[in-house]
Design a protein around this ligand. Structure first.
Ligand SMILES: Nc1ncnc2c1ncn2[C@@H]1O[C@H](COP(=O)(O)OP(=O)(O)OP(=O)(O)O)[C@@H](O)[C@H]1O
Ligand SMILES: N[C@@H](Cc1ccc(O)cc1)C(=O)O
Length: 351
């Protein structure tokens, strides 16, 4: 595959930014198998954002010949008080995440935080060195990468290690490409600023779109908090579509979704059409009775959005269509991911 084709795959939806494209071009020109990672805290059930949209992007990287890793950040999970900080639960849920990604992204490598830290003794020295280059103020401002804010949350000393550890993970894995949702861009920009001073390899950062939750978006002006507050998240079960939801649950969640007639901005149902459905299907058929205009076929997202904006497509028809297509995407995934009673209970009781 030529370099232009590889870049096209990396930049394809749901990618929102590549920092920088010039560096990515240089990387592909000089390295036939660059190393990528995306890291996840392991806590709740996997959803459309964390497994499916993220997995679409990982699969694009794999197609482009990139060596992909999903990093299961077990120590970060512990630091962030997820799963009650109970290591038996963390290990159990970690296996569930590993199996889900191995199934959805064939060829991806899985690395656990604890495995990395045990095998690289130099990690802790690098963490100390890195922390000398990171101000306390900057550390506090990066708390958004763990879904917290220094103003609202009581932060313990352990949590202050979270952002510099995430940065040192990147150096320790010797990565060329760091990938995450837009909510993680702060730490990657920090890495790009500090690593050159330490003479560490500077990775290209690729950030994908953050899928919004199904509820009404929260009115927040600060763009960084915006990603965090309205995103589909494993901590908010009503606003997310989880890979284990039944057909009925998916349908009922879409029925309740925020989708005012003619409103395109921050409309979560349109977002799912764009980033999930049109990623998988070349055409989408809206089925409706002749008295409401009859069936209509869309071969691209833009036409669907335009019809919705012009009130030619009603929210209930859009919701029913999106619900049907999402169910078709989720069904085969749901069947392949084993969710034992014990695992399900462990997750439910702690999220
Ligand atoms: N709604 C989403 N859309 C796209 N990507 C997402 C979404 N939620 C999480 N991700 C991405 O998946 C990776 C793991 O995120 P994370 O472990 O914080 O999941 P989460 O569901 O947001 O969890 P939490 O509820 O604890 O905030 C990150 O790179 C993040 O950007
Ligand atoms: N901060 C990431 C998790 C993560 C942790 C460590 C990493 O090296 C990478 C990612 C999240 O909330 O999703």
């Amino acid at each position: 595959m030529d370099v232009t084709e590889k870049i096209k795959l990396v930049k394809r939806e749901p990618t929102e930014e590549v920092v920088t494209e010039e560096e990515l071009l240089n990387l592909f020109n000089t390295n036939s198998q660059p190393k990528h990672y995306i890291g996840l805290e392991i806590s709740g059930f996997m959803h459309l954002g964390s497994l499916i949209l993220t997995g679409f992007k990982i699969n694009d990287f794999i197609k482009a010949g990139v060596k992909c890793t999903v990093f299961l950040a077990d120590w970060h999970t512990y630091l962030n008080n997820k799963l009650d900080g109970d290591w038996d639960k963390i290990r159990m849920v970690s296996k569930y995440y590993a199996d889900a990604f191995k199934m959805f992204c064939p060829g991806v490598e899985i690395v656990e935080g604890s495995q990395l830290y045990e095998s690289r003794r130099g990690y802790w020295l690098d963490l100390v060195k890195f922390s000398k280059n990171m101000s306390l103020e900057r550390t506090m401002r990066s708390m958004t990468i763990m879904g917290r804010s220094a103003e609202k949350d009581k932060i313990d000393l352990g949590q202050l290690f979270y952002p510099p550890m995430q940065a040192v993970d990147i150096h320790t894995m010797d990565l060329d490409i760091v990938h995450a949702g837009m909510d993680q861009r702060k730490i990657h920009m920090l890495v790009r600023e500090i690593f050159p001073k330490m003479k560490w390899k500077v990775p290209v950062a690729v950030h994908h779109h953050i899928l919004a939750g199904l509820g009404e978006p929260e009115p927040i002006s600060n763009s960084d908090s915006d990603f965090v507050s309205s995103k589909m998240s494993k901590s908010k079960s009503a606003s997310g579509i989880f890979v284990h939801d039944t057909d009925e649950e998916i349908n009922s969640k879409f029925k309740k979704a925020w989708c005012p007639e003619g409103i395109v901005d921050k409309n979560p149902v349109l977002e799912i059409s764009k980033h999930i459905i049109f990623h998988e299907f070349d055409e989408v058929i809206v089925e409706r009775p002749a008295k409401f205009g009859g069936n209509v076929t869309y071969t691209n997202y833009q036409d669907l959005e335009t019809d919705f904006a012009q009130k030619k497509l009603h929210p209930s028809d859009l919701k029913a269509t999106v619900s049907k297509y999402v169910t078709n995407i989720i069904k085969p995934i749901r069947e392949k991911i084993v969710l034992t009673e014990e695992l399900s209970e462990a997750i439910k009781k702690t999220t």
